[in-house]
Design a protein around this ligand. Structure first.
Ligand code: WTA
Length: 573
């Protein structure tokens, strides 16, 4: 196994300087004291995120800053309280929502999305956010499986909703100008104008439903992952010790709420911590993102490797045009963070990018690089206090240090999913005894740092050697010509599998056989002979999920002429 270079950095916000002590002394019962329900026994995520902050005297503080190109809208916590109450009233007046009913939200990022989402939570509904890019089949599958009673959408996206084929769908709340309402369609903006800003929140219990995220990710059929209200305790705590959120921070999580990162860390964690939360609409471009960081004076920035790689590919000339000196903490999630990207980040942002590992199913951070902790480049870091992790074999036995196996978590961390919607068998299949088995392979080193190797399904067996695609991809992106790389095992009669790499080049490079050879040698000399790709194919772009993960399953299907399977997660624009 190849060890990636280690380096030490001293961060300026030392939350976790003494990690072992923090881990040993951790007690969720202590963290519970930070919530209003500790006194009242009454739960509601939206209340904790918005109203409770108003009660604590933060009413005039900026809660939401929304930027879409040159348009910037700002809302204080008090304004958010009014808007979310109004949204709750619009929903309540038009649909007979009961606790636990599903309200789905299918729209582009805008302040109204956040009003509607939190308003739904105030009614006691379970919310289901959908990516705006979903097409008809993806929308139908999710609304059908969840039995959604209400959908909040826009006139443009409504054309992709097969309303007649969804018998459970009673009302469609349309957010647009000139909406023609009827007994099924509700005009949201008109409703908001007329609605009262007072609303009696529906109180829930700790185990009541919160949010339903459909995840297909890079594998298989979409499944509805249900989280409970109690997840908030881990989202709050990780917001404090991992995102390092402090009173004066301006925080930007770049993820869309269609992905768990865009809710756990794009809505809940920042607002549970009473912090100003930035949402940027529109499409990605290096200029618009750096512009948002500069204009809004963002201090804490949470994004994903795919975005960092695109920013890196855009060149240092671009980043150097912006003043990013106020950005004090940068984090990443969704895919392994290539050490090359971390090094680049150190140069251009003068900050280390902190990797965080977790999943839709885990609901919140589980293994992370804490600010202040000694960081090892290429490692996901150490478990969040209150979360127990291990590497186990296929029978659930713990493996010794430095052995690759299944990355597993001990059942019972607070933000753990509570069910897979209408699929108990699938839910049960995640567990071996008390271990939740993540489907990722990893190893733990002698100092307790976890090192990601790949999805278990992606591991390549070549000539008897087990190699994770990630370390090859990371080596590849160190090559000066390469922007991104996806690596798969291609069946081979002699070697079992051979390593095949799909590569996109930086704009100034052209494909050639010499370049292929140079790349092969680069991996051979820099990593290992058996890891060097025997086949290389240049591509204009790689297939990725909407959350930016390279879909190796699709690369494999291309290679083997197999059906590509469910592609609703594919980002194809
Ligand atoms: C992968 C994302 C390496 C992993 C919140 C996991 C990562 C899956 C990392 C979950 C990381 C996420 N390093 N791999 N820091 N973070 N992954 O459900 O394979 O979209 O199992 O949730 O992404 O993806 P999901």
């Amino acid at each position: 196994m190849v060890q990636v270079e280690k380096y030490k950095v001293t961060d300026q916000y030392p939350n976790m300087k003494d990690y072992d002590a923090a881990y040993e002394s951790h007690d969720w019962a202590e963290i519970e004291k930070q919530f209003s329900w500790y006194e009242t026994g009454k739960f509601n995520m939206a209340y904790e995120c918005i109203d409770y902050n108003v009660e604590k005297g933060l009413g005039n503080k900026q809660a939401l800053i929304f930027k879409n190109n040159d348009v910037i809208e700002r809302y204080t916590f008090k304004e958010m309280q009014d808007k979310t109450n109004q949204a709750a009233n619009v929903l309540k007046d038009n649909a007979n929502i009961e606790k636990g009913d599903r309200i789905f939200i299918f729209m582009p990022r805008s302040p109204e999305l956040y009003f509607a989402l939190l308003g739904s939570l105030k009614l006691g509904a379970i919310v289901g956010p959908l990516f705006e890019a979903f097409m008809e089949k993806a929308v139908k599958d999710r609304l059908e499986n969840s039995g959604a009673r209400v959908l909040v959408t826009t006139p443009e996206l409504l054309t992709r909703v097969p309303v007649d084929e969804l018998p459970s769908l009673e009302k469609i709340v349309v957010i647009g100008d000139d909406v023609s309402a009827d007994d099924k369609i509700v005009d949201f903006r008109k409703g908001m104008n007329d609605a009262s800003t007072a609303f009696d929140i529906v109180w829930l219990d700790k185990e009541d439903g919160l949010i339903l995220h459909y995840t297909s990710g890079s594998t298989g059929v979409p499944k509805g992952v249900l989280h409970a209200q109690y997840a908030m305790i881990q989202q709050y705590y990780s917001g404090k010790v991992v995102l390092d959120l402090k009173e004066d921070d301006v925080y930007w999580c770049t993820a869309d709420p269609g992905w768990v990162t865009g809710t756990s860390y794009g809505i809940f964690a920042p607002w549970l911590n009473g912090v100003t939360n930035v949402v940027v609409g529109g499409r990605f471009s290096p200029e618009s993102w750096y512009g948002a960081l500069e204009d809004l004076k963002v201090t804490v920035w949470y994004s994903a490797p795919t975005a960092f790689r695109m920013l890196m590919g855009a060149g240092d000339e671009v980043v150097n045009q912006y003043d990013l000196s106020h950005v004090r903490h940068v984090l990443s999630v969704g895919e392994p963070l290539n050490p090359e990207v971390v090094k680049w980040g150190m140069d251009v942002y003068n900050r280390r990018i902190h990797d965080t590992w977790w999943m839709t199913e885990t609901g919140a951070h589980c293994i992370v690089n804490f600010p202040g902790m000694e960081i090892r480049g290429g490692s996901m870091g150490k478990p969040l206090p209150g979360v127990e992790a291990a590497i186990v074999d296929d029978q659930g036995n713990e493996l010794p240090e430095n052995r690759m196996g299944n990355l597993a978590l001990k059942r019972g961390w607070p933000a753990m999913m509570r069910k897979i919607w209408k699929n108990d068998a699938k839910y049960d299949s995640y567990f071996i005894n008390d271990w939740y088995v993540s489907g990722d392979s990893a190893y733990k080193d002698e100092d307790g740092y976890y090192w990601f190797q790949g999805r278990v399904d992606d591991v390549i067996m070549t000539a008897g050697e087990r190699v994770g695609p990630f370390e090859i991809e990371s080596k590849l992106v160190e090559h000066e010509a390469i922007q991104e790389a996806g690596v798969i095992g291609k069946p081979d009669p002699i070697r079992g599998e051979i390593v095949k790499a799909f590569i996109t080049l930086k704009k100034e490079y052209k494909p050639s056989d010499e370049l292929k050879e140079d790349i092969r040698l680069f991996v051979k000399n820099g990593l290992a002979a058996h890891a060097a790709p025997r086949e290389i194919e240049f591509k204009d772009k790689l297939p990725k999920t909407r959350s930016g993960k390279i879909m190796r399953r699709v690369l494999k299907a291309w290679e083997l002429n197999l059906p590509e399977g469910d592609l609703s997660a594919l980002d194809d624009d």
